[in-house]
Design a protein around this ligand. Structure first.
Ligand SMILES: C[S@@+](CC[C@H](N)C(=O)[O-])C[C@H]1O[C@@H](n2cnc3c(N)ncnc32)[C@H](O)[C@@H]1O
Ligand code: SF4
Length: 459
């Protein structure tokens, strides 16, 4: 068994690289399996608090397949396939309208893949559907869209803004041409600048820019130069992603061809990992320029708009995912279509999605059933790894027990000086944030860890 598969203590895990796995959501989708029997959605959602839901629409299409990317997406689909997909999303929205009954959405996002790969007319169709079928008032709801630079057009942005989208998240990764080659992402800086100009001209209140660190050939100086190029556009938010190289990705296949016996970040890092030094330099650079750290990856500018709308709490509330690859979360069941990175499997999953009728959309077939322990662990992981931290009083109000009793392993965070306690709040300190990708996987249950290991996912 390799170190990534051992539960171990946090101290043991911290002897390896901090970059063990991204706890984007718990449980990781690699723990999802075909459910023993299909679960009807209407009774499932009836038990759920539906007063502050998150609607997420997944668009699994891109202009290109970047070498580093392990998201559920396919490059250059046919125009007919994209149009069928958009129409099928409307069918799923109608099914969800019936299954959800009375509800209120507190957040909305179009994610991917690359949602701006859709035409302006297709974006309009989906946003009209979100309003007319799901009943989402996008003008009164924080609403975002993800974009890649070469797909940004004034027409597409105008449609999004007119519907009330207020946040655009743009993937850049790096401004250094050699680093973009190392990432296998064909992109010119002129395209990036033109896209940002269009986003600013369209008047979106929040612009987020994504950068990556840990790219082959990247140095502290070149990373800070990319950050400065991004800061020249005064983004309201900046995401700094540590590079993970995964199986089935272009970079993963190249590494294997060159003889890498593993892509497991823990084992690879034994020969040196520059990411922690890059991260620390980038974090300090952003802080010195007034950006506030919200999580290991996210930094927010002082001029970013404050969220006035009722908030969606990722620890508590329901996520309604629409589209192939989108995940939905209720308190007890997380479900989605199957997941893949390789092109043929991805196409198969999209084809299966397109073959669904409304009745089939009314049931969950693939997912993970959270027992009491996993619900508690999810709450702790989703809270602790981001500001303002884990509110132990809110945890007790939710579960009726103390988090220190339910997860005695939390004591190790104090022993290793990774957290501070401020009243009921348990917050990661600077060192704690640097180890967020170690702490997240360490907090996974044995069941989740075993399922992930079975899927070949480091955890
Ligand atoms: C949905 S994409 C962003 C929008 C758009 N598709 C694009 O690429 O510009 C989400 C972000 O995840 C990050 N990302 C994806 N795969 C990654 C990996 N293997 N390692 C680090 N960051 C990754 C990238 O920064 C990327 O911009
Ligand atoms: S990084 Fe973005 S554009 Fe590239 S393949 Fe992934 S989702 Fe598509």
């Amino acid at each position: 068994m390799n170190p990534a598969e051992q539960p171990g203590t946090l101290a043991q895990r911290m002897r390896h690289t901090p970059y063990q796995a991204y706890s984007y959501s718990y449980p990781h989708k690699a723990a999802y399996r075909t459910l023993p029997q299909a679960t009807p959605l209407a009774p499932l959602w009836a038990q759920q608090d539906r007063s502050a839901l998150f609607a997420y629409i997944h668009i699994p299409f891109c202009a290109m397949r970047c070498g580093f990317c392990n998201l559920f997406a396919m490059a250059q689909p046919s125009a007919a396939l994209v149009e069928r997909y958009v129409q099928q999303l409307l069918v799923q929205m109608r099914a969800m309208d019936g299954a959800l009954g009375e509800r209120h959405f507190a957040r909305f996002a179009l994610g991917g893949g690359t949602p701006t790969y859709l035409s302006a007319a297709q974006l309009d169709t989906l946003l009209c559907g979100a309003r007319a079928i799901l009943g989402i008032d996008l003008h009164a709801t924080p609403a975002g869209i993800e974009a890649s630079p070469e797909t940004v057009t004034a027409e597409r942005l105008a449609v999004c803004r007119a519907h009330g989208i207020d946040r655009v998240s743009l993937g850049i990764q790096s401004f250094a041409s050699g680093e973009m080659r190392a990432l296998a992402r064909p992109q010119q800086n002129a395209t990036v600048c033109a896209a940002i100009g269009l986003i600013r001209a369209a008047g979106f209140p929040t612009l987020n820019l994504d950068l990556i660190y840990g790219i082959a050939g990247q140095t502290v100086a070149s990373l800070l130069a990319s950050i400065d190029s991004a800061l020249a556009f005064a983004p309201e938010e900046l995401y700094l992603y540590p590079l993970y190289v995964r199986e089935q990705t272009g970079l993963g296949k190249v590494a294997r061809r060159r003889g890498a016996h593993t892509l497991n970040p823990i084992i690879l890092a034994q020969s040196g990992d520059s990411r922690l030094a890059l991260y620390a330099a980038a974090r300090d650079h952003l802080r010195a320029r007034g950006y506030v750290q919200v999580s290991m990856r996210m930094f927010r500018a002082p001029h970013a708009p404050q969220d006035a709308a009722p908030s969606y709490c990722c620890q508590n509330d329901g996520m309604v995912g629409l589209g192939a690859g989108a995940r939905s979360y209720t308190a007890s069941l997380h479900y989605s279509s199957e997941y893949a990175v390789a092109r043929m499997e991805t196409i198969g999953i999209i084809d299966n999605y397109l073959a669904h009728d409304e009745a089939r959309f009314n049931q969950a077939e693939h997912g993970y059933l959270l027992d009491a322990e996993d619900q508690q662990r999810r709450y702790v992981i989703q809270s602790l790894l981001t500001e303002p931290g884990l509110d132990c009083a809110a945890y007790t109000a939710r579960f009726g027990t103390a988090c220190a009793d339910d997860l005695p392993q939390l004591a190790e965070l104090f022993a290793l000086e990774l957290v501070t306690q401020q009243g009921p709040l348990l917050r990661l300190n600077e060192r704690g944030y640097a180890y967020a990708d170690t702490i997240g996987p360490w907090l996974a249950s044995n069941t989740v860890r075993a399922l992930m290991a079975e899927s070949g996912q480091p955890c």
